[in-house]
Design a protein around this ligand. Structure first.
Ligand SMILES: Nc1ncnc2c1ncn2[C@@H]1O[C@H](COP(=O)(O)OP(=O)(O)OP(=O)(O)O)[C@@H](O)[C@H]1O
Ligand code: SF4
Ligand SMILES: [Mg+2]
Length: 344
């Protein structure tokens, strides 16, 4: 799909937070991301979902230029109209904090273990050491002077996450990437971090690319959903359309599995998608989901489906890559945060 088609699909304006055109990420022979295009408006929350190994983090790290040099990244990326590939690595590192904030799942790994957190934030601002009171209270950090003197290992998981968020949003970047930011936290801290990110989005107008396995979070926070399978985007659209009318058999299966886990009667068989996701593969003919798909036909193993607009039930920019999309109306909308994880 071209960037123009993606633009028409998302309705994002000229001032997009993020434009990705045919992004490919390869580790040796493994095509972890195999031609992904998407576009996010400022202030929009796009949830990126898919089973483990589908390429979500590789896409996000490719956008942020945070992959090891051994990874091969091609394709176009523009963040708030700015093309990182037009800058030297050094120039991009200097400008990165003003363009995008990256919130990782594991704050312990993301923060420098041998520096107090206040110095790390101070270095980001380059003007003063430690976080300002205003910023600390915005992040709900009590006693910021004390926290600033601590090393990452001396903080709780939730506090480390708040510090990482403080660093990610310090310069109010147009784009935030949150890669499963709450997975390692207890439920009440998860809820606090989600509320915090929601407020920050409203305050700063940053677009958020939110990688998650939690469909309750998607239902609550996202405007838009992008579904990945084996390195490719297979479906995308407005969140409620996706929940009400999933058109790709894989999306339909994910939503149905979660619905059964939440509402199934004790002892009743749970729906599950048969088989396991394949590793991304360069030589595959046809649709990667075919071996697991109840709607497959001969053409599915011969020709890979392109990501194309769905004409019904509503226009609104729905795209699906499937030769035989699910008819509209098989929705499984989860109820708020209790929607549960998508981690079959
Ligand atoms: N540094 C790496 N070197 C080699 N292969 C990698 C590397 N990182 C990821 N992969 C492989 O690339 C594919 C995509 O991985 P990625 O981590 O992007 O998936 P993901 O969707 O983020 O999964 P998860 O939900 O488990 O985080 C997988 O097959 C994975 O094993
Ligand atoms: S293209 Fe065929 S195999 Fe792939 S998801 Fe659609 S129906 Fe299933
Ligand atoms: Mg990941």
């Amino acid at each position: 799909m071209s960037a123009a088609a993606a633009e028409a699909a998302t309705g994002a304006g000229a001032c997009a937070a993020l434009e990705v055109e045919d992004l490919r990420v390869r580790y040796g022979e493994l095509p972890a991301v195999d031609g992904a295009s998407l576009r996010m408006a400022r202030g929009q929350v796009v949830a990126l979902i898919g089973e483990t190994g589908s390429g979500k983090s590789s896409l996000a790290l490719g956008v942020a230029r945070l992959l090891a040099p051994s990874a091969v990244v091609t394709g176009g990326v523009r963040i708030a109209g700015c093309d990182p590939s037009s800058m030297s690595g050094r120039e991009f590192r200097l400008r990165r904090a003003g363009l995008l904030g990256y919130i990782a799942q594991d704050a312990m790994a993301a923060l420098n273990p041998v520096q107090p957190v206040g110095r790390q934030i101070g270095e980001l601002f380059r003007v003063h050491r430690g976080m300002s009171r205003q910023q600390a209270s915005r992040m709900r950090i009590d006693r910021p002077e004390l926290v600033a003197r601590r090393y990452p290992h001396q903080l709780s998981g939730g506090m480390r996450q708040r510090v990482m968020i403080a660093m990610a949003v310090a310069l109010s970047p147009p784009l935030l990437i949150a890669d499963e930011p709450t997975t390692a936290l207890d439920v009440s801290t998860q809820a606090e971090i989600l509320a915090l990110l929601s407020e920050l989005r409203a305050e700063t107008g940053s677009g958020i690319l939110w990688i998650t396995h939690d469909m309750g979070v998607v239902a609550e926070l996202a405007d838009w959903v992008t579904v990945m399978y084996a390195g490719r985007i297979v479906e995308q659209g407005p969140v409620h359309d996706i929940f009400d009318h999933p058109r790709h058999p894989y999306t339909e299966g994910l939503l149905r599995t979660r619905r059964d886990l939440r509402t199934g009667r004790p002892g009743a068989p749970l729906f599950q998608i048969e088989g396991a996701p394949p590793a991304p593969s360069a030589g595959r003919a046809g649709c990667a989901f075919a071996p697991r798909c109840p709607r497959r036909s001969a053409v599915c193993s011969e020709r890979a489906p392109a990501l194309e607009p769905v004409p019904e039930p509503v226009a609104g920019g729905r795209l699906v890559a499937c030769h035989h999309p699910v008819p509209p109306g098989n929705g499984h909308r989860p109820a708020g945060r209790a929607g549960g994880e998508v981690r079959p």
